[in-house]
Unconditional design. Structure first.
Length: 886
């Protein structure tokens, strides 16, 4: 079994085996770039070690062989007292897990080779002893779990003794003293001397990197980023190059384009006379990379040249780490760089212009989540507020408001019209009302799957979680951060995309991307790289996608907006929303009707109102299909709540008032009370039980279609029956509807389709039969998830999903992204059996999943004709449908 690869043996495709860093070091080596020689131990070796607790057979020998060849190449032996080869031992998993795992530098140094290193460095004792103390520190901390602070304290102590705050003021003798102090710390905590044998240092460091895969923070990070737990890490053993050998040495990081905006140029930081860890630790301030041109023109030019080559080779933004050792440039790492959502679009567009990628590839370089981010209002870029803390961007958006610490106070202040930010250590289900009332939620604990994060995303509320610099004191109603104390009523601003927290009110600007979709920014005539890139990529997505995208809209205004956003019809018009407001009284009359006459007169009053609603929508959607769903929710939702009514009646009776009418209402409410209303009298069941209700709606739809058509527009109504579980239900409703339609449309030329939702598991499983009576199916994946899992959709997310996410039972709420194996399977069965029974059957989805990126790919795969989603999600669905098709 081959466990060790020389850099020259790998390539960038081997990330599974060599990890990201190893694969890219190999790629650069083979491109002829100056990479310090080395080798990579595979993730397989790591997995074998983690499974058995010991290095797999053959690994030690393979390491020996590769080390020997490295020594030959370098002309030095590891830890040689006179002229030592030193190596770094670096972790590198398939997915980058920044700072989560371990690195040990300067392996090979000991009491004797430190002298040889000094000689190598031209008699630079200071450098040699500094390198040695770094090894003991890193090795102690990462390999032997010596508390890092102890080394820090010893270093501070040495500086204090010297009367300085700057590491560079410590001379060789100071550092030699520090090495002694470090060795004592090491021995105290490990019960042994610091290992002097170079090969033992190497083996222990490799083992520590293997083990760091299961370090607590790495496990947490993976869970949060949804990185599988069983990949293991590779280990890179790289010959050391030194950026701390003097002013002609240094270290830096660079991006081939700006990872924030995507703009072309030179972006990076450089630190002279330093090692990489100094940059990360922020010990000294870096200078912009451009300044390297003055310091070392030759290296600078070579670096720019390499950056251009890497971009051309990877055909993408690369980020790199490099070191200059006495005027010689070395590449320590490269990878395709992370970037903001805006930069992703801009760079994809640029790369197409540069001929490096085609538009199909550009589609793969962006995604719907990024587009959704770009559609939120955000803080203006030109503000000069400084963040006081940074947590996890748990739910995007930009929110400012007065700080409150309890749910009750949030509700109170919000009722007074104040914008509030609810600040908690972490939220729990009792905070739900406060979360609803708040503009945004800020917690000091918890990650992307914490209660706060999950619930906020579900509500589309801005949320920053896990801002652990915040010290939140709920009883005292204040938090402290970086020396500031923030009390209830103070204003803060939170950015749910970046996780940044600001004191005061940061000004907000509307999203340019939304303005573009709205039609108020013309991409051809403005100088805005982002809008132009979005325009271009969306155009390609539209050209490529097979899925149509419709919208869920119940008002003319929503329909019009969605149409501007690119909706190709309405996939769900929920008619119950049209029964609210002042019309509630009419519905009440309908429900309370004791005679046919009373009921018919209530329906007759509703008919023209409904008709007017539909006319408006048909006009807005002129020429496009409009799926109108007959009323779905249990009727008691339109009546006052039982408890409140009972109290009112009792109080009125007490006062001796005439309560006959209220009593009738109360009796009706009691009669209609259901323990499980979502499983009760709703959907098609209402249509079968309440005479005339569906008929009124069908008539309103047909009449509106005729009116609009006579006025010169094209109405394409599709009547949809909710909650059908058996074909007989649909047949009954359909027979009645067809009579009315025939009577109303006459020779107007209007064509009305009749179809059903598939949202009850039984409907999915008998779809073949149901298709006989339906011209279309629309999957109601909200109810299908509710009934498929038996999860009450109104209760569970805030109540206990955080625990399910924590346990990994699912990685994302099944109400947010379709559960492919379970609920998705029901969809697949119904699509197949429905189509088999009726090949021209139209298939769509109108549950929330219709706007979820992953789910859109699933619906593409199962062959639906369209997805339907809220207006704001329409562009996201268009983009993802395009991505699914290429
Ligand atoms: C559904 O159940 O997925 C659906 C679209 O209907 P509603 O959300 O109105 O129940
Ligand atoms: Mg439903």
């Amino acid at each position: 079994h081959k466990y060790v690869y020389d850099f020259a043996e790998g390539n960038k495709e081997l990330k599974d085996l060599l990890g990201g860093k190893g694969a890219n070091l190999a790629e650069m080596t083979n491109l002829g770039l100056p990479v310090p020689p080395g080798f990579t131990i595979t993730t397989e070796a790591c997995k074998a070690y983690l499974a058995t607790g010991r290095e797999p057979d053959g690994l030690a020998d393979q390491i020996e062989a590769h080390l020997e060849s490295l020594e030959r190449e370098m002309g030095r032996r590891l830890g040689d007292p006179d002229d030592p080869l030193l190596v770094s031992v670096r972790s590198g998993a398939k997915f980058s897990m920044p700072g989560m795992m371990e690195t040990v530098l300067n392996v090979g140094l000991n009491d004797r080779s430190v002298v040889g290193l000094s000689a190598q460095a031209g008699g630079n004792d200071r450098f040699a002893w500094d390198s040695y103390r770094r090894l003991i520190q890193m090795f102690g901390k990462t390999v032997c779990e010596v508390p890092g602070e102890e080394f820090e304290h010893a270093l501070d102590e040495a500086k204090r003794a010297k009367g300085t705050k700057n590491d560079l003021d410590l001379d060789a003798d100071d550092l030699r003293g520090l090495v002694d102090a470090y060795k004592k710390i090491f021995a105290k905590h490990t019960g042994r001397e610091f290992p002097q044998e170079p090969r033992e240092q190497l083996d222990l460091a490799i083992r520590a990197v293997f083990e760091s895969w299961n370090a607590e923070r790495a496990v947490l990070y993976r869970r949060q980023e949804r990185i599988p737990a069983d990949l293991g890490t590779a280990v890179n053993v790289v010959s050391m190059v030194f950026g701390n050998l003097g002013p002609d040495s240094g270290t830096g990081v660079a991006f081939t384009r700006d990872p924030a905006s995507g703009a072309q140029g030179i972006y990076g930081d450089y630190l002279a006379n330093a090692q990489g860890e100094d940059v990360v630790a922020g010990i000294r301030n870096t200078v912009p990379l451009q300044e390297l041109e003055q310091l070392d023109k030759k290296s600078y030019d070579e670096l720019l040249d390499i950056m251009a080559r890497l971009e051309g080779h990877y055909r993408d933004l690369c980020d790199i780490e490099f070191t200059i050792e006495r005027g010689k440039l070395w590449m320590l790492q490269t990878r395709v760089g992370k970037r903001t959502a805006a930069a992703a679009f801009v760079i994809a567009g640029q790369l197409v212009d540069e001929g490096l990628i085609d538009l199909d590839e550009a589609l793969h370089r962006v995604n719907g989540a990024q587009l959704a981010q770009l559609m939120f209002p955000r803080f203006r870029l030109d503000h000069d507020f400084q963040p006081v803390a940074k947590g996890i961007g748990a739910s995007p958006g930009a929110a400012s408001g007065k700080v409150v610490f309890t749910s009750a106070r949030a509700v109170e202040l919000a009722a007074e019209g104040e914008a509030v930010i609810l600040v908690r250590r972490e939220t729990n289900p009792d905070d739900l009302n406060g979360m609803i009332a708040a503009q945004g939620i800020l917690t000091s604990r918890g990650g992307k799957t914490s209660h706060a994060a999950v619930v906020a995303r579900g509500m589309g509320k801005t949320c920053v979680s896990g801002a652990d610099e915040l010290d939140v004191d709920v009883p005292a109603k204040r938090f402290t951060v970086g020396g500031h104390t923030v009390v209830e009523g103070d204003v803060v601003s939170i950015d749910g995309t970046t996780g940044k927290v600001y004191l005061g009110e940061v000004p907000v600007m509307p999203s340019e991307v939304v303005q573009y979709f709205e039609g108020s920014l013309d991409p051809e005539h403005i100088d805005n790289a982002l809008v132009r890139a979005v325009h271009r990529i969306m155009g390609h997505a539209d050209a490529r996608r097979r899925l149509l995208v419709r919208t869920n809209a119940d008002t003319g205004a929503d329909a019009a907006r969605a149409r501007r956003f690119g909706a190709e019809g309405i996939g769900l018009c929920r008619t119950e929303h049209m029964f609210l407001g002042d019309r509630r009284e009419l519905v009440e009359r309908l429900i309370l009707a004791r005679t046919d006459d009373e009921r018919e007169s209530a329906l007759a009053a509703l008919l023209p109102l409904q008709r007017a609603d539909f006319e408006e929508i048909f006009r807005e959607m002129d020429g496009l299909p409009v799926t109108v769903r007959l009323i779905d929710p249990p009727l008691h939702e339109f009546l006052p709540p039982l408890e409140q009514l009972a109290v009112n009646v009792a109080v009125a009776q007490e006062r001796g008032e005439d309560v006959a009418q209220e009593e009738a209402l109360l009796a009706a409410v009691r009669r209609m009370h259901e323990e499980n209303p979502m499983l009760g009298l709703r959907g098609v069941r209402l249509g079968l039980v309440i005479p005339g209700l569906f008929a009124m709606q069908v008539r309103a739809i047909a009449e509106a279609a005729v009116t609009v058509t006579r006025a010169g527009a094209v109405a394409r109504p599709e009547i949809m029956v909710p909650l059908v579980g058996a074909v007989q239900e649909l047949e009954t409703v359909r027979a009645e509807a067809e009579k009315i339609i025939a009577e109303v449309v006459g020779d107007s030329g209007v064509e009305v389709l009749i179809g059903t939702m598939i949202e009850v598991p039984r409907a999915a499983l008998t779809a073949g039969q149901i298709a006989e009576a339906a011209q279309f199916f629309s999957f109601g994946t909200n109810d299908l998830t509710q009934m498929g899992w038996g999860f009450s959709r109104d209760d569970v997310e805030g109540a206990f999903f955080w625990r399910y996410l924590e346990l990994g039972i699912f990685g994302i709420s099944p109400f947010e992204s379709i559960d492919r194996e379970g609920v998705g399977r029901l969809v697949r069965i119904a699509a197949e059996e429905g189509r088999a029974a009726r090949p021209e059957l139209k298939l769509g989805v109108c549950g929330e999943h219709g706007g979820d990126p992953d789910s859109v790919h699933f619906f593409h795969e199962v062959g639906l004709d369209y997805v339907s989603c809220s207006p704001f999600r329409v562009p996201v669905a268009r983009l993802e449908a395009g991505r699914a098709a290429v």
